[in-house]
Each structure stands twice: as C-alpha cells, then as structure tokens.
Design a binder for this molecule. Structure first.
Ligand SMILES: O=C(O)CCC(=O)C(=O)O
Ligand SMILES: [Fe+2]
Length: 336
C-alpha cells in the first residue's frame, strides 16, 4: 500500500460534494490516485485488453495499413513516442482511437472480429467515468458544475479525447529495439502528461508504472477492476497550480519479475481544441487547448534538441504532439 488515495465513485449523484473534496486532496497532494466503485465492469476491461491483444498480434504489414495520423489523433505507431527526459523512444507499440472521422484507422471486422464494438463500448464507459470526475473537479475548483464536461464534449468535432492501447515489448527481446530505443531504456521515460487527466488500466502481474513522490519512485499498482487516474498540465493551468501533475514512468521489469509483454490502456481526456484554458488568479491569459498543445510541443522540441547536444548518440529529431496537432516533422511523438 502506498500513499495514493482511493476515490470512491459509488452513489455518485448523492455524494458529488464529498467526492469532490476527496478528489481535490488526491489531485493536489499526489496528482495520482485510484478510482474505485466506478461503473466499468471488470469483464469489459478484460474484453478491451483481449481485443487489443488480438490487434497487436496481427502481422506487421496489416498494422502498417493504419499509420498514426497526427491531425486525426488516431492510428498505429511503433517505437516512435519520444520522451524529452530520455530523448529515446518508448519501448512499445500503440494504437490510438479517437471519436470522430478516423474509422479507417482501425482494424476491419475480418482482421479483429468485435474490435470496433468493444472499443466503442469501452470508450463510452471511460467517458462516463471521466465526466463524473470532471463534474467533481469543477465543484472542487469552484467552476459551474458542467464547466469541464462542456470543455470535454465528445459530440463536438474538435474533441481530442481518445483511447490509447499499448503493448510494451517482451523485456528480453532485443529484436524490436531500434537505434532510437537504446537497450536499458525505460519502457516509458519519466514525463508529465499534457492533457487534462488520463484513466490508466493495467493487467494484474504487469506492474512497472511508478510515480515520483517524496524523492522516491513509488509503484502504482491497482487491484483488478480499479483504475489509476493521473492529472495533466491542462487542469493544472485551470487550477492555477492548486492541482499537481506528477512525474511518472514505466520501468523495465527486474530479473525476478515477469519478462513478457506488458499491455496498458489509457483513456486520455484532453480539452476540445477550441476551448479556452484560463486560470482565475495566476494563468489569466486566455489560450485555446490547440495553442496550449502547440506550446507544449515546442518546449519538448527544445528539450529534445538540448538532449541531443549532450547525447549525440540519440537519433531523435522529430516532434509532434500525442494529441493530434499537426506535426512539426513526422513521424516521432513527444509527451511531456
Ligand atoms: O503504460 C502506462 O501504465 C502509463 C503510460 C503513460 O504514462 C503514458 O503513455 O503517458
Ligand atoms: Fe503518462
């Protein structure tokens, strides 16, 4: 047991104010917390993991038909998400699913039967949980109750919310490691997220997610059916720094741990592109979510350039957003 709080969503309609209080404490002290008694059944979480396994098991030349399309925030990538903290790519492949205009960037019914139905059902359920958290964030921060839910509206064409399914490579296998994924690198290098918040799902026995807290890397290991939520920079700005976005990473397994592939699911809440993200005391300059992401990308670009100067063996030269911004130079991605 670590210090991360458990946010209990049971009896939501009658307990919003109490949940909002707990949420504010969790999000301002740690920026990471567990969510329990949410309404996503374990069987649906397992079904989403299983269908993502089937997608990743497709031959590479099939997955290549769905290349990550940055402006549409959707598609498949492999070893191309670069973290400025390390200057190297995550040791993983991922497929990102968005709500609008990207059905051509998902496997067909023949390739992975049931994939689209399962994913759509799961994304809707993740969105419902997210909306409850957004209502409580609005209550806790003193905004109108529907303020954040209107800013993260999946019915709008400029919605940036998405589901990212990830498969980290088997640890012993070196064959997937390219020049930009140095052996020994973390599965995911230390970073903060730039979005509003994410819901993270892990499979039992596939640990590795760690948060930097009290000068230590602390494991975040939920029980089956629980999920992990982490706060990102967008809501930190809205909160004028009352909330905290914490540094986290996914470490490689140690020699006595399971060495096989690790799967994870991440439902990313990101404000609709045209929404203004503005605090009330400190960050009063109005900027849109689209501009906010562009600024984050530019910072990352500088961080990567700086890391290349000190680490000439790094082959990372390109930066785009994880959130659908037009890439400066495709094809690699960067997250803070
Ligand atoms: O795989 C995980 O558990 C976390 C991944 C993550 O932090 C990210 O993609 O931003
Ligand atoms: Fe992250």
């Amino acid at each position: 047991m670590n210090g991360f709080l458990r946010i209990d969503l049971s009896d939501f309609d009658n307990r919003k104010e109490e949940i909002a209080k707990d949420l504010m404490k969790a999000a301002s002290e740690h920026g990471f917390f567990y969510v329990v008694n949410h309404e996503i059944p374990v069987k649906d979480i397992r079904a989403m993991f299983n269908t993502s396994h089937s997608f990743f098991d497709l031959p590479e030349n099939v997955k290549e038909n769905y290349p990550l399309d940055y402006p549409r925030n959707a598609g498949w990538e492999k070893v191309s998400q670069i973290r400025p903290s390390t200057g190297v790519a995550d040791l993983k492949e991922s497929i990102q699913l968005s709500f609008h205009n990207a059905s051509d960037l998902r496997p067909t019914e023949t390739e992975v039967p049931g994939f689209n139905n399962t994913a759509e059902n799961f994304m809707e359920q993740c969105n419902n949980v997210s909306q409850q958290l957004l209502i409580c964030f609005a209550i806790g921060l003193g905004f109108p109750h529907d303020f954040f839910t209107r800013c993260h509206d999946i019915s709008q064409p400029d919605c940036l919310n998405s589901l990212r399914c990830m498969r980290y490579f088997e640890h012993k296998s070196q064959k997937n490691q390219t020049k930009s994924s140095k052996i020994g690198a973390c599965r995911v290098g230390a970073h903060n997220d730039i979005n509003t918040f994410s819901l993270l799902f892990q499979q039992p026995g596939q640990d590795g997610l760690e948060v930097y807290h009290d000068n230590n890397w602390t494991a975040v290991t939920p029980e089956e059916g629980e999920l992990v939520c982490n706060v990102g920079h967008m809501i930190v700005r809205w909160s004028d720094d009352r909330l905290q976005s914490n540094l986290h990473r996914v470490r490689n397994p140690t020699s006595d741990e399971y060495q096989g592939p690790r799967y994870a699911l991440e439902y990313i809440n990101e404000a609709n592109r045209s929404v203004i993200i503005q605090g009330r005391t400190k960050y009063t300059k109005p900027i849109t979510a689209g501009e906010f992401l562009m600024i984050a990308m530019e910072k990352n670009y500088k961080a990567i350039k700086a890391s290349q100067t000190t680490n000439p063996s790094s082959s990372t030269t390109t930066v785009t957003s994880t959130s659908g911004e037009t890439p400066m130079t495709p094809p690699a991605m960067v997250s803070v």
